[in-house]
Ligand binder design. Structure first.
Ligand code: GDP
Ligand code: MN
Length: 377
């Protein structure tokens, strides 16, 4: 689960990390009031959306008077940044930046641990730094039983700073951030940039946190910050209907009974060069209403060009499934081609029922995957 920068800043501040006070505003008038409260000429206006790269998209601007502030707030509010619409901006005192650094804790699959990632080349181009000069990104593996004791925190801080006073300050920051990361079951706690100001202070001027969904039940205050995207709303809705659904963004909608078969079906689509639009496990039973609900879900995704239905009949018999599909599709109007593969108990009877209909029938999974990809193209 993602949260906004201003929410992450509050968490950081509550752990004693150096973040400045800021205001959150939903319109120009609020922003002007915040500007007066801040009582400082130079302020920063920042879009609050669940995506990074706001700076490059024009969502972070400095304002040196009220006129500029009004202009920036009016421009940034309702801006579309990578499909996210800005409905809130953060207004804070602008920092005089001497240099920008990168610091984050993240779960690393390779070392199966939390790692502390650091770079002297922080800021908006961190992705390019990682791609072109990976040696400039330091990764420190954290042993969960040891955490980040003083010596390790200082060793890490020397990767960013040479001055011992700054090293000590940064070491404390890394320790506090680690506490926050562990305490909240976060999967990412990122400060980019962590800056050294012209005045010689270390400050976090951006903060990004994501949390492990499976641990949210332990953190009701964080869980309450959940703002689902349209896709996440669909996923929640599917869950309430007894499906397990994950949106993926490809063109071939999948309707499958069983999680393992659903995974294998996605692999098969990929094998033939297609992209699955989703993972969808409709579970057992041949209940037509379930098929109708599942089809509605798939067809609400405008990217879907083909639907692939892959059913294994075990206790559920294929002829029952076929009857369920016929009944369901007598109620659904769609031009989208449907590929059906039925196998298992009573498969011959099931296929016979679907013979001569508009459905594209396939006997094997390979055949079904291939056909779906051909139709999508
Ligand atoms: P992101 O692009 O979404 O990661 O947004 P950031 O909050 O990291 O801001 C992007 C960039 O804007 C930073 O790397 C800074 O260079 C600049 N920036 C942000 N806040 C300030 C500020 O208070 N003062 C100055 N001078 N620059 C800032
Ligand atoms: Mn940033």
């Amino acid at each position: 689960m993602k949260i906004h920068e201003y929410q992450a800043r509050e968490l950081l501040a509550s752990y004693g990390l150096p973040v400045d006070k800021a205001y959150i505003c939903r319109n120009v008038d609020d922003a002007v009031r915040a500007y007066q409260e801040l009582d400082t000429p130079l302020v920063v206006v920042k879009a609050q959306v669940h995506t990074g790269g706001r700076g490059k998209a024009g969502g972070v601007k400095l304002a040196k008077n009220e006129i500029e502030l009004r202009q920036h707030v009016a421009n940034i509010l309702w801006m579309d940044i990578k499909g996210f619409i800005v409905d809130r901006v953060l207004i804070g005192k602008a920092v005089n930046i001497a240099s920008e650094y990168y610091a984050s804790y993240v779960i690393d699959r390779k070392s199966k641990s939390t790692i502390l990632m650091l770079s002297r080349e922080g800021g908006m181009d961190i992705e390019e730094v990682a791609r072109n000069t990976p040696e400039k990104i330091h990764k420190i593996v954290i042993d969960p039983l040891i955490g980040i004791p003083d010596y390790l925190a200082r060793e890490a801080a020397f990767k960013l700073f040479d001055d011992i006073k700054l090293v000590r300050e940064a070491a404390t920051i890394f320790q506090k951030l680690y506490r926050l990361f562990v305490d909240t079951d976060a999967s990412l706690a990122e400060i980019n940039p962590l800056v050294l100001t012209e005045e010689g202070l270390i400050k976090a001027i951006d903060a990004k946190m994501t949390f492990d969904d499976n641990a949210l039940y332990r953190h009701p205050k964080i869980a309450a910050l959940f703002e689902p995207t349209e896709e996440e709303k669909k996923e929640q809705n599917a869950k309430s209907k007894g499906f397990s659904y994950v949106h993926l963004g490809g063109e071939i909608g999948c309707m499958v009974n069983g999680a393992g078969l659903a995974m294998a079906t996605m692999d098969m689509i990929k094998l033939y060069g297609g992209e699955p639009a989703n993972f969808l496990d409709i579970g057992g039973s041949s209940n037509p209403t379930k098929v109708i609900e599942a089809m509605k879900l798939l067809l609400s995704d405008k990217n879907v060009k083909v639907v692939l239905i892959n059913i294994f009949g075990g206790i559920t018999r294929c002829d029952d499934v076929a009857r369920g599909l016929l009944e369901a599709f007598s109620q659904i109007k769609t031009d989208i081609p449907i590929v059906i593969r039925l196998t298992g108990t009573n498969e011959k009877e099931g296929r016979a029922l679907l013979e001569g209909t508009e459905f594209h029938l396939a006997e094997t999974m390979g055949e079904a995957g291939k056909k779906a990809v051909e139709l999508a193209n």
